[in-house]
Design a protein around this ligand. Structure first.
Ligand SMILES: [Zn+2]
Length: 168
């Protein structure tokens, strides 16, 4: 790697640092650059191809297979969340929710922004506890629940007021 990213590196939050260390992931230049992409736009999601383009544009020389493995490892240790993009038959990655409890997530299928529905955290946690109890009754061990709702966000819903166009 002969080129240096010109942008200031974004500080890695302690809760993410803890997860990286727990997973034995070294803070390589590539790891920090990938995290920087997501930290710079915490609500956004990126496909592998989009991440590759952004990293290359920032002067990082990263191979596509290496990036795949890195994204998967970051998802496996809970730093990123991976979800299927049904339309494009690919995975999209976004920063995982570091807060306690189960916060449902809403993702707009049009602009791929994510919204955390913290208001729905308590009822979702109650439903999650019920699910875990049901699983335990069957002898299974539930560890984690992802509640993800897909749809169209307020900005992308065509309405008469915006002339049917999404707001900027
Ligand atoms: Zn939208």
């Amino acid at each position: 790697m002969s080129t240096r990213p010109t942008k200031e590196p974004i500080a890695v939050p302690p809760e993410i640092q803890t997860r990286l260390e727990a997973a034995g992931l070294r803070r390589t230049l590539a790891t920090r650059a990938v995290l920087g992409l997501f930290l710079a736009n915490p609500q956004g999601t990126l496909s592998h191809a989009q991440a590759l383009v952004s990293l290359t544009a920032r002067g990082l020389d990263i191979n596509r297979v290496t990036l795949y493995r890195l994204l998967d490892r970051l998802a496996a240790c809970g730093v990123l969340q991976r979800h299927a993009d049904d339309g494009a038959r690919t995975w999209r990655y976004g920063l995982a929710d570091a807060s306690e409890g189960t916060v449902p997530r809403f993702e707009c299928d049009a602009c791929h922004r994510q919204f955390r529905l913290t208001e729905a955290s308590a009822p979702t946690q109650a439903a999650t506890n019920d699910l875990f109890r049901t699983l335990a009754g069957l002898g299974h061990q539930g560890l984690r629940v992802d509640v993800s709702i897909h749809g169209t966000c307020a900005s992308c819903v065509p309405s008469a007021e915006t002339g049917g166009k999404p707001l900027p």
